[in-house]
Design a protein around this ligand. Structure first.
Ligand code: PEP
Ligand code: MN
Length: 359
């Protein structure tokens, strides 16, 4: 009896090898189809063809497996083949590490994102006055911070909330950044403002609410300035990468991906930091990745642990909001750090910064 089992198992082993050879052949052919479809700009997924194949297979099924099992098994094969076909597209995407294995380094003033140095981007949520920015920049520069943030055009939930100082704010930001030898990053919300913002900023920020504003993405793609592309609060990782593709496809390769938390059912944090998004961004793209812990958490007590986790997971920089007096800040006053809290934050994360900012 036992010899019979051994014999039959040898048969099974042989069939496994044959199945493997057939599956591999099928995979090679699917990949070839994928290449042709990619070249012709055709979609890979064809639900009609899939259901025709499943119908034919269930009609021809000789048993002993029931039709449902056959369907399930073949659906898995179809799924794996589709992944092979789509992998062909990945090779052609400009954001993809497959099309560009070397990491991209994005330079802005004294800072280089993605070149190995870990950075801290910091500054007030909004530019409110020359004195506020002077105080913030002087303090941050004294702590070794190379990239100063501050919004001049603010995306506010309510149209009656402080909207930012506009061009006057840009001037303030530029002036203090120059005074302290820092790079200046600020948000642009409107295609009509791209040229103006680009004249003052070192880095153009596309905010979460505009991640799929395709006209804006194309416009910043033509600006030939580094871009911080924030992940939309309800955007999938793929949609975020496609948004980067819009900018890259305009000839601007200076794109930094910024994970800033996504909206979930959770209420104890403003958003939910998606660290896997940041890790996948490093893995799948050649672009530098920044993790904005402030907008992810929306509260100050989680910033250091989240920043440490982000840096340990491979982020090139962390982003935090710092204000001389958060209590009277005109926006995001619950989540900005004051100076002593920022010093403690830097101290806490310093081991994760290597020789970078804050050292
Ligand atoms: C900001 O950086 O000030 C901001 C509004 O961020 P987000 O677009 O990520 O909400
Ligand atoms: Mn803010």
């Amino acid at each position: 009896m036992e010899t019979r089992i051994k014999e039959l198992r040898r048969e099974i082993d042989r069939i496994n090898r044959e199945l493997l050879a057939l599956l591999s052949e099928r995979g090679r052919i699917a990949a070839e189809i994928g290449r042709i479809q990619t070249a012709l700009g055709l979609p890979h997924y064809d639900p009609v063809r899939e259901s025709e194949m499943l119908d034919a297979l269930t009609r021809q099924n000789p048993g002993p497996f029931p039709a449902e099992t056959i369907k399930k098994l073949f659906k898995e094969i179809f799924k794996a083949s589709l992944a092979l076909e789509e992998a062909e597209d990945q090779k052609t995407f400009l954001y993809s590490r497959r099309s560009h294995p070397e990491p991209t380094v994005v330079r802005a003033g004294p800072a280089a994102f993605g070149g190995g140095e870990k950075l801290v981007v910091a500054g007030p949520c909004a530019i409110e006055s020359p004195a506020q920015m002077e105080e913030a920049a002087a303090f941050l520069a004294s702590k070794g911070i190379k990239v100063l943030r501050g919004g001049a055009y603010k995306p506010r939930t309510s149209p009656y909330a402080f909207q930012g100082l506009g061009k006057a704010g840009l001037k303030i930001g530029r002036e203090v950044a120059d005074k302290y030898g820092m790079a200046f990053v600020t948000e642009v919300m409107d295609t009509r403002d791209v040229e103006t913002v680009a004249a003052y900023a070192d880095i153009l920020q596309v905010g979460a609410r505009n991640m799929q504003n395709f006209a804006l993405l194309k416009e910043v793609g033509q600006a030939k300035k580094p871009v911080f592309l924030k992940r939309g609060m309800s955007a999938t990782i793929e949609e975020w990468f496609y948004a980067a593709e819009y900018i890259l496809s305009q000839g601007n390769d200076q794109v930094v991906l910024v994970e800033r938390g996504i909206r979930t059912y959770e209420r104890w944090t403003r958003n939910t930091l998606d660290l896997s998004g940041a890790v996948l961004a490093k893995q799948e793209t050649h672009l530098p990745v920044v993790v904005d812990v402030t907008h992810a958490a929306g509260r100050t007590d989680l910033l250091a642990p989240l920043a440490k986790a982000a840096l340990a997971a491979g982020a090139d920089a962390v982003h935090v909001e710092v204000h001389p007096n958060p209590l009277v800040a005109l926006s995001d006053n619950q989540q900005q750090l004051d100076f002593p809290a920022f010093e403690r934050f830097l101290e806490e994360i310093s081991a994760f910064l290597g020789t970078g900012a804050g050292k």
